[in-house]
Write a protein that binds this ligand. Structure first.
Ligand SMILES: *Cc1c(COP(=O)(O)O)cnc(C)c1O
Length: 356
């Protein structure tokens, strides 16, 4: 994570970094990410209870709440812990207008083409003015989010979205946060005060190239081992539905990992798996606790042989693509029963957050 954060910084020198840690830091564990990303300028997430946890764990730098408050009561917590909410709709404006607690730093979200959250660009000046008039508001920053930063063929382009924002914010004294991972890696012309990388910090590609080609390193390795080896005859099939049938005698291995661990059930035969460091393929249907692999390329494999499902030596993006999804979804889906082992220099991490 630390190396990938440096990579994100290098993509836009001088910009400050909101490291995005929503969804339990994309499945990596929020407090692990707090340490791994300790040199970020701020952390950005959506879950209020998790922001409280970050403060309790000693994170003193800024925290941005990317969906803002859901209820008026959220403002008490946010003001008390100096959390910085995004304000993206009129309901939230009304909550802020009637909030009597301490003032907050807020982020005004402009919808420049994603059409999920935010005020249309024509309303920027009006809403900015209203926020400036509220006693519950201390500073106002601006943000927008790009829909197609990884793909120049899709409209609206990141350039066009950026332009829509710039047209409206001329003359306003406000910091702007823009680039997600895709924009950082594909849109070198876009400049802003703060960037908001997520998946690249964890070593996933946001699209348009491999993680390795972007100089990113896997933060997560999902590993297990073989718990059974079977010798199939031609005509034997494996697993539920018997969707894979051997056309010749072959050895297969059974790996202790299934969809209840977060491995995608819809990964088909052929999805890459590493057995003892050797690349092979998934066979048949993934079950709840197990999956089957072809041991033809790893004749020495036996019960106990280590298996990597993704991570070190096997890019998560390749597994995601085989399964018809994206690395983001695989990372987030790691199940609670999977045993976590954290590696890294915890003393450096502690030094950077100021806490052991
Ligand atoms: C999730 C998210 C990001 C990070 O996106 P990545 O593609 O993971 O880099 C940035 N900004 C907002 C508003 C987000 O929701």
């Amino acid at each position: 994570m630390r190396a990938n954060l440096s990579r994100a910084r290098a993509a836009m020198p001088g910009a400050k970094v909101w490291a995005v840690v929503k969804a339990d830091a994309y499945g990596h564990g929020l407090l692990n990410a707090m340490r791994g990303l300790a040199f970020a300028d701020g952390l950005s997430l959506v879950e209020l209870d998790r922001a409280v946890q970050l403060r309790e764990a000693g994170w003193r730098k800024p925290l941005m709440m990317m969906e803002g408050m859901f209820d008026p009561a959220d403002l008490d917590t946010m003001a008390g812990l100096a959390l910085q909410p995004v304000v993206h709709n009129d309901e939230q404006l009304a909550m802020l207008a009637s909030f009597a607690g301490p003032a907050l730093d807020v982020h005004l979200k402009i919808n420049t083409g994603m059409n999920r959250l935010g005020f249309r660009p024509e309303r920027l000046h009006e809403v900015f003015g209203r926020l400036r008039g509220m006693r519950a508001v201390r500073t106002i920053a601006l943000l927008t989010h790009f829909a197609n930063a990884d793909n120049p063929q899709s409209a609206p382009s990141a350039e066009l979205q950026w332009q829509r924002l710039r047209e409206q914010c001329a003359g306003l004294d406000a910091e702007i946060s823009l680039s997600n991972s895709a924009a950082l890696l594909h849109q070198p012309a876009i400049r802003c005060d703060w960037v908001r990388p997520g998946v690249m910090l964890y070593g996933g590609s946001p699209g348009g190239g491999t993680a390795a080609s972007f100089g990113l390193r896997a933060a997560m390795t999902l590993q297990s081992r073989l718990i059974s080896v079977q010798a199939l005859q031609a005509g034997d099939s494996v697993g539920y539905g018997s969707v894979f049938t051997a056309d010749r005698p072959m050895r297969i291995g059974i790996v202790a990992c299934g969809y209840a661990d977060g491995y995608p059930r819809h990964a088909p035969t052929g999805t890459p798996v590493l057995v003892d460091g050797v690349r092979t393929r998934l066979l048949g249907r993934v079950s709840m606790d197990m999956l089957a692999v072809d041991l033809t390329p790893a004749p020495g494999a036996a019960v106990g042989t280590p298996v990597v499902l993704w991570g070190d030596g096997l890019p998560i993006d390749e597994v995601a693509e085989a399964a018809g999804t994206i690395s983001y979804e695989l990372m987030c889906a790691i199940a609670p029963r999977v045993r976590r082992e954290v590696r890294g220099d915890l003393s450096i991490m502690a030094a950077a957050t100021g806490h052991a």
